[in-house]
Design a protein around this ligand. Structure first.
Ligand SMILES: [Fe+2]
Length: 382
């Protein structure tokens, strides 16, 4: 006879659930991607509603599925890209996942439970598309967090929907991409808890995210407008170029076990960058900001630094760049424009400080603050 303490098998099994996210990625004027994971395989979709105070349940909402090559995707990582959106417009959204308990043969599929983000006990999640005509912009930059979640929480405590347009993670948010858990536990779960379901994150890869056997999956979790880890976006009068500076040592170094080819990767970006600088959105922007993890002006002469300097700076010269934002050194640094190499300032944010940037018709103000929320220094650009 069974003891009263023995639970039936079904009760022992973990419920089907959303394990991470949702978070926003690749938000543009007319599109957005929403990413989340589930603990078991599922078909996923997002329901979208216009902004408003009416109940999410007031009418059927259009559903956007994750699909590839005509098939709705089945898996644990869910990425729903929504296009055809209006610029500068708020939307409400709800994520769904229907568990696939059996997928055999050509069409033998059994479904389990369907789950969704809460629109009953909580307000629906929301986001706003970007808009070139937006007058006032606000964003926050952090880097080199290396999984120090308490620091991330302090540095981003003022990030909020409606106040902050987006957050930039400028690399080395973790020390290695060993598995999915390393980046969710290392920073992204906390970012979701604080803001990332409603305030988009734009990610610039650091050299540490190139490490670990999960590194190749990073772009799957952080989709961009180009499908690459280098991309651009425009918000208001500012154009952003996000570059991937890759590893810091030569590709041949023993540390990379014969798997690195970042020289060729940076050359690929150099060619892409030339085209970016001819684009209408770049040319018409008042502020042109380059985001790159490894600065070209570090005191060392490591290979990564030399590559960023030799491959990216000549292309950026005379292009009207307003500012380059970097990390990597873990210490504050500021290099005044140098007409020989970089005709724009290079600002290095430390590992334990943030940059709060605001753009208004009066100019662009970059405030550097520490963990006590003390303003350390401020820069104004016109
Ligand atoms: Fe770094």
């Amino acid at each position: 006879m069974l003891s009263g303490l023995v639970l039936p098998f079904a009760a022992l099994a973990q419920d089907f659930k959303i394990t991470h996210g949702p978070y926003l990625q690749a938000v543009g004027e007319n599109e957005a991607a929403i990413v989340w994971t589930t603990n078991r395989d599922a078909v996923s979709w997002v329901e979208l509603a216009p902004a408003g105070d009416d109940s999410f349940y007031s009418q059927a909402r259009p559903a956007y599925y994750q699909a590839k090559d005509g098939n709705r995707a089945v898996g644990k990582l869910h990425k729903v890209k929504i296009s055809g959106l209006a610029k500068g417009t708020e939307y409400r959204y709800r994520c769904f996942a229907k568990e696939v308990t059996l997928y055999e043969g050509q069409s033998s599929v059994l479904y389990g439970k369907s789950i969704a983000t809460d629109v009953y006990g909580k307000k629906p999640l929301r986001f706003k598309t970007l808009d070139k005509a937006k007058e006032n912009i606000s964003f926050t930059v952090v880097n080199d967090i290396h999984s120090r979640v308490p620091d991330l929480q302090v540095l981003c405590k003022d990030v909020a929907y409606g106040k902050t347009d987006f957050v930039i993670f400028n690399g080395d948010m973790v020390s290695a991409m060993n598995d999915e858990a390393s980046f969710f536990a290392g920073f992204m779960d906390n970012a979701v808890g604080m803001f990332a379901s409603e305030v988009p994150v734009f990610y610039a890869r650091g050299n540490h995210e190139t490490r670990g056997k999960f590194n190749a999956q990073l772009s799957s979790y952080f989709p961009t407008s180009t499908g690459k880890l280098y991309y651009t976006f425009r918000q208001g009068s500012a154009f952003f170029v996000v570059l991937d500076s890759g590893e810091d040592k030569p590709d041949t170094d023993i540390a990379y076990s014969g798997l690195a080819q970042f020289d060729a990767y940076r050359t690929e970006q150099q060619e892409w960058l030339k085209g970016v600088l001819q684009s209408k959105d770049f040319l018409s922007a008042k502020y042109r900001i380059v985001i790159v993890h490894i600065p070209p002006v570090a005191s060392d002469d490591w290979h990564g630094t030399n590559e960023v300097r030799d491959k990216f700076l000549p292309v950026l010269k005379n292009a009207g760049i307003t500012l380059m934002l970097c990390g990597h050194t873990h210490q504050y640094g500021y290099a005044e424009p140098d007409m020989q190499q970089h005709d724009f300032p290079v600002l290095i944010n430390a590992s334990n400080t943030a940059l709060d940037v605001s753009i208004t018709p009066d100019g662009m103000v970059v405030k550097n603050k520490d963990l006590e929320n003390k303003e350390l220094r401020s820069f104004t650009f016109h």
